[in-house]
Write a protein that binds this ligand. Structure first.
Ligand SMILES: [Zn+2]
Length: 510
């Protein structure tokens, strides 16, 4: 027993070091001597004496050669990193076995919606099968686009995917964010959220003056979240504006979790919602692009998960729940944010008061479906790779596994002498749970379709959503929450169908 405990402690210490080493190494640039690259593309990279440093994939570059060079150099395998990753995976496996699990994935998936690695793989395989025709078509569109601009035929390669999916999208629907943003002033968007939450849940926001020294920057706003009958539910600090020393990542985090105190009172939750929006100017309010508006709705979905949680303990409240359920409330908000009936409640031109035309909202929705299958398939490939790395150890190198999984789950060829897995830093934080986002999206899509598509302001559904999904945080088995909401137990086939139907042209409920 004591021996096992010591062993577990030393494995954990080892894992901390290996994780740090991997995280740092995954961000480091690769270097190559200057002469190895054709002269006319050298200026695209940072030059350091006789060397060229490549710190990313340059996926947006219109030059095929620049993208190809960046891909091959940035992903060139580093033996130390390969060793680090393989050590890390071996350590994780040993630790999981020491505490009685079949594999690291089995341990990581305990208490999640998926429950077992077998379910995750079934989900990923079925999704691949059902997307396959569409993925092929998507890649064909990108290939045609690539060959339209090139004089001689060339195959579609992994470094082409992000660039040409963007190009195909831009050719079909030229979405110019600056045409949308005058309709999405920050004030209008917050009003939209307020209207939505009051109609759906009987909850509204009330601005409150922070006390001296209460907030960490002058531009942080404090919102009291108030229920029409129950009164104050909690506080959200809105740290919305860009500051030079602020991380550029939109996020939501908890300052104080809700919990039932010993005197039976409820300790109210306090959270922060952090964005990086531009400051308003003297005569223009802060205007959001469609993507910023959707992020605001997304993060607000997390915040409301915390506000409406009513759990006994604070370590399982709100967003402190299973990883594959955590994004359900936030992704669900994205469906609201792109529904015309909701958008029409708040999107008004800040100067003329004109509503945003319905055709512009449908363009936005349709443009997201372009190449959607191929983009989803790329995520499926990453998720499958993460599962296999954390499953039963195999007698193969991590690169051999990558090659095999890429062939089965992606559709674009593996490029020799590259090791993309060494840049996959999510292996550390998500270990065996990278599939979570896809699964959360599937559930959010089912909830949207079944409960809110007919009427996005249906109060009964809002109440059911609060009672069945938001109230429990991580204190209830996630599949039971989903079952409570949908009033049936969805199967893996239902999950897959939901994701696939999101790629169909929209049929709005009338
Ligand atoms: Zn999120």
């Amino acid at each position: 027993m004591i021996f096992q405990r010591r062993k577990a402690v030393s494995l954990n210490v080892n894992l901390l070091d290996l994780s740090n080493e991997f995280l740092m190494g995954s961000q480091l640039p690769n270097k190559i001597e200057k002469w190895a690259l054709p002269e006319h593309i050298r200026h695209c990279f940072s030059i350091d004496g006789n060397c060229i440093q490549i710190g990313g994939l340059h996926a947006d570059s219109p030059s095929d050669l620049v993208r190809e060079a960046a891909y091959k150099i940035f992903l060139y395998p580093n033996p130390k990193m390969l060793h680090c990753l393989e050590e890390l995976l071996a350590c994780r496996d040993e630790l999981a076995k020491l505490v009685g699990y079949e594999s690291f994935a089995h341990r990581a998936l305990k208490g999640t919606m998926a429950k077992t690695p077998e379910t995750v793989m079934k989900f990923l395989k079925l999704l691949t099968a059902k997307l396959s025709d569409r993925t092929t078509k998507d890649f064909q569109m990108m290939r045609n686009m690539k060959n339209k601009v090139n004089s001689r035929y060339s195959e579609l390669m992994p470094w082409d995917h992000p660039y040409f999916s963007g190009a195909v999208r831009a050719e079909r629907y030229n979405i110019e964010p600056s045409l949308y943003s005058p309709y999405f002033s920050l004030g209008a968007c917050m009003e939209g959220l307020n209207t939505l939450f009051s109609r759906l849940l009987g909850v509204s926001f009330q601005a409150e003056q922070p006390k001296a020294g209460e907030v960490w920057s002058e531009d942080v706003r404090k919102l009291a979240v108030v229920h029409e009958a129950e009164g104050l539910l909690g506080y959200i600090y809105c740290d919305f504006f860009h500051r030079p020393d602020k991380p550029h990542q939109d996020c939501h985090f908890t300052i104080r979790g809700g919990r039932l105190k010993q005197n039976r009172e409820y300790q109210l939750p306090v959270v922060v919602l952090m964005l990086s929006l531009p400051h308003p100017s003297r005569n223009t309010p802060t205007l959001l692009t469609p993507a910023m508006m959707e992020n605001l709705f997304h993060e607000m979905g997390h915040a409301m998960h915390s506000m409406l949680g009513r759990t006994r303990y604070q370590h399982v409240t709100g967003t402190r729940c299973s990883t594959d359920f955590a994004e359900v409330p936030s992704i669900l908000m994205e469906y609201f944010a792109t529904d015309y009936r909701v958008v029409n409640q708040f999107a008004r031109h800040y100067q003329t008061g004109q509503p945003l035309p319905e055709s512009m909202v449908s363009c936005l929705c349709e443009s997201k479906r372009i190449c959607g299958a191929a983009d989803t398939q790329l995520q499926v490939f990453y998720a499958a790779l993460d599962q296999v790395y954390h499953g039963k150890p195999q007698n193969k190198s991590s690169t051999e596994i990558l090659q095999e999984i890429q062939e089965r789950f992606y559709g674009l060829p593996y490029v020799p002498n590259t090791a993309w897995q060494l840049r996959f830093s999510h292996l550390i934080g998500y270990g065996a749970k990278y599939y979570s986002y896809l699964m959360s999206r599937a559930v959010a899509s089912m909830v949207w379709r079944q409960c809110f598509l007919k009427d996005p302001f249906d109060r009964n559904m809002g109440e059911r959503y609060r009672r069945e999904m938001l109230a429990h945080g991580g204190a209830k088995e996630p599949m039971l929450m989903v079952k409570g909401m949908l009033q049936r137990s969805p199967t893996i086939e239902d999950f897959v169908d939901a994701l696939v139907s999101d790629l169909n042209p929209s049929v709005q409920a009338s």
